[in-house]
Design a protein around this ligand. Structure first.
Ligand code: NAD
Length: 357
């Protein structure tokens, strides 16, 4: 029998140090999995003079899923050749290469960590998890762009474009996800102003007719940003376009208390998945054993569930993380009074100790 192969792209910053720990957990629960390492981002640039080399593309094409770390350098080094356009050349190129059309970001609220949320506890009542589904290959990110000067004035243009098939793909995924959850989808757009949003809304209404048990609510993006903070418990599944999803998913990820706990998964139409933390390369804490490995560990649990149907193993990791939090272990980003501050490595040691298969 052929064992699953995973392309591991640790990338830059905290990526490699977190990935090293998380692979200990993956190999513990699934020792039969093959992990194959490839270079991406600034780490690839130093040897290949590009951010997404051919070797890495071939490696990915040969694997069953991708486990991604993070890429990018310090913000004030963004113009150095190693870091210039690093995210565009690696993450956007990777999404395009694999045709990853849908991104799923769950923002989960752990009872042991209720007090670290920036939102008052009262507002979080009834809020366990918010899933944000974001379209990933369309919108203003991939439309025509230009920058030019006209009569001495600098001008820049980005074009947003969607076709109904791109939108329908997200809509079907949102309704299917809601079927397994609270039967409610909030579709977020700016249909009072944008043509792409009018098409978004119309397509969601059409697809909704195939899912009569699911309630569909439309919400304007500006209101959604406000409602996420005022009343997060009203949301279960949010579905939205690329740009709005980028912003709203970061806002939602702040609610549980730290970006360091937020995993994500991206899929193409064939169901091939790439799994990565929602945060970036965190240059401010790189090499200090301070990064929270939860986001990467939970990305592994998403991979085990979605790509390999390994529910028991995924549950075992998630339960072990919850136990570790209940025992009072915290990385610095989620540290609370009277708890035990640990580094990336010790947090992982504790998780490994708590895993029951
Ligand atoms: P960032 O997400 O790297 O960091 C923002 C803040 O969150 C920092 O204070 C950081 O220490 C903290 N943080 C992030 N992950 C954490 C973790 N696991 N544990 C504890 N704290 C964590 O965003 P930034 O500082 O704006 O960007 C840094 C670099 O990352 C830039 O080069 C940017 O382009 C890149 N970036 C990459 C990705 C990606 O690889 N998918 C996403 C966003 C940003």
């Amino acid at each position: 029998m052929k064992h699953p192969s995973i392309a591991v792209l640790a990338g830059d910053g905290i990526g490699p140090e977190v990935m090293a720990q998380v692979l200990r957990v993956l190999h513990h629960v699934c020792p039969q999995f093959n992990t194959k390492h490839g270079l991406v981002g600034g780490a690839a640039f130093t040897t290949h003079q590009c951010h997404f080399p051919q070797d890495t593309q071939s490696l990915i094409d040969d694997c069953d899923a991708v486990l991604f770390g993070s890429v990018g350098g310090p913000i004030d080094s963004a113009d150095e050749p190693q870091w210039k356009n690093c995210e565009i050349n690696s993450i956007l190129a990777l999404r395009n290469h694999l045709k990853l059309a849908i991104n799923i970001r769950p923002a989960k609220f752990y009872s042991a960590l209720r007090d670290i949320s920036p939102i008052k506890n009262k507002r979080l009542e009834g809020c366990d998890e918010i899933i944000i589904l974001r379209e990933l290959l369309g919108d203003i990110y991939f439309g025509e762009k230009q920058a030019y000067t006209e009569e001495g004035i600098m001008i820049a243009e980005d074009t947003a474009r969607y076709d109904e098939n791109q939108i329908a793909l997200v809509a079907h995924q949102a309704f299917k996800t809601a079927t397994r959850r609270k039967q409610h989808v909030v579709s977020v757009d700016k249909a009072n102003v944008l043509e792409t949003s009018k098409l978004w809304r119309k397509t969601f209404q059409q697809v909704a007719t195939g899912y009569p048990a699911i309630k569909l609510t439309h919400m304007l993006v500006d209101n959604c940003a406000m409602q996420l903070i005022l009343n997060p418990a009203q949301f279960d599944v949010i579905a939205t376009s690329n740009l709005f999803g980028d912003i709203l998913s970061d806002a939602a990820s702040a609610l549980p208390g730290s970006l360091g706990m937020m995993p994500s998964a991206s899929f193409n139409q064939q169901g091939f998945g790439l799994y990565e933390p929602s945060g970036g390369s965190a240059p401010d804490i790189t090499g200090l054993d301070k990064a929270n490995p939860m986001a990467q560990m939970l990305s592994v649990t998403m991979m085990l569930r979605h790509s390999f149907n390994k529910t028991k193993e995924a549950d075992a990791i998630e339960q072990a993380i919850i136990k570790t939090l209940e025992k009072g272990f915290r990385t610095v980003d989620i540290m609370q009074q009277d708890k035990t501050e640990v580094g990336t490595i010790q947090f992982t040691d504790e998780v490994l100790r708590q895993i029951k298969l």
